[in-house]
Design a protein around this ligand. Sequence first.
Ligand SMILES: Cc1cc2nc3c(=O)[nH]c(=O)nc-3n(C[C@H](O)[C@H](O)[C@H](O)COP(=O)(O)OP(=O)(O)OC[C@H]3O[C@@H](n4cnc5c(N)ncnc54)[C@H](O)[C@@H]3O)c2cc1C
Length: 384
Amino acid sequence: MDLRETDEQSALRNAVAKLGRSFGHDYFVETSKSGAKSTQLWKAVGQHGFLGVNLAKEYGGGGAGVYELQIVAEELAAAGCPLLMMVVSPAICGSVIQSFGTEEQRQRWLPRLTSGEMIMSFAITEPDAGSNSHNISTQARRDGTDYVLSGTKYYISGVDEADAILVVTRTGTDERDRGQLSLIVVPADAAGLTKSVIPVEITAPDKQFNLFFDDVRVPADCLIGQEGDGLRQVFQGLNPERIMGASIGNGIARYALAKAAEYARGRQVWGVPIGTHQGVAHPLAHARINVDLARLMTQRAAWLHDEGDPLAGEAANMAKFASAEAGMAALDQAIQTHGGNGLSTEYGLATLWGSMRLMRTAPISREMILNYVAKHSLGLPSSY
Ligand SMILES: Cc1cc2nc3c(=O)[nH]c(=O)nc-3n(C[C@H](O)[C@H](O)[C@H](O)COP(=O)(O)OP(=O)(O)OC[C@H]3O[C@@H](n4cnc5c(N)ncnc54)[C@H](O)[C@@H]3O)c2cc1C
């Protein structure tokens, strides 16, 4: 066993960190608060080949894995630029289309996803189904050479920046009355699709949307993989989703701890740097240990996923849980270390609270991960 990263992985880390720092947290906050988009950064990440590191070379990707993609997301977040759409566009949509799309579909979407020319949103969550994805009711019915979609999704990220949306639909019902799901790519400007912004208290350039599908018609060649097999297929994207959520949390935590350590080395109120006081130093050291544990879990999950190991599902859930908890504690302690300055805009910590706190709720909630571990890892009976 060798837990050291390869020279290529280290070089990727350094190159992404350099690019992220050239934009920095001020850029991220300014674009977010002005209502602008982080398009310039997104395109730069794409042009450097970092967006599609996990996708195959024949589609413009880097031919590496989710391990490398989580390096990219972590380093950008550690530079103060947590790009939440990385969870969605290259990780979920890219992985699913590469695994289950036809050759024509891969050529249609993947090269533009990897270059950053195109963004794809992902829509599974519904107001009436929530965490219970079996219960989704957005329907896609076959009509001649088309599918016709009707229903509602909520909290769908970045639809105003996206060219298309990978929509999880119901195309049938099994004998246990659970939805048979299918994955359909819908153009973001399709007739009959309306979007309304859900205002949220997160300082990030990406907006969240309610989506209403009112008989939205798309050609049948927008179906990814087999009709009715969407649940199995979407899992190919959900492990990367969780790993990417974890890596963004890890990056935010590193950013926060670096700022806190710098501040604690310099700030003096009793004639010595505040970092001299163990009441300041120990919580930061504790947070650092927990963040490193979460990073190790995340790296292990990414490695298992890239190896095609069935343990990747459990590991990805655990990594996402660990990262959210460790990251929130680290950011909170970094804010505390800064005293009043911790809440200022200038010190760039409170501006990350929304993005960090989100990781406890999405893309899968803390409780649903605990349900998964209780059931699958401990063999406990399920309450639902
Ligand atoms: C900023 C943001 C961006 C998002 N982006 C996307 C996106 O791009 N695409 C997308 O599809 N979705 C997205 N989501 C949705 C997100 O994945 C869901 O909000 C999340 O999965 C929880 O679903 P819910 O909000 O319906 O909560 P609910 O399912 O209503 O749950 C409410 C609470 O009850 C708990 N709970 C529910 N069932 C159980 C149970 N059986 N046992 C224990 N506790 C339970 C939950 O953990 C939660 O704490 C986003 C959400 C946010 C806030």
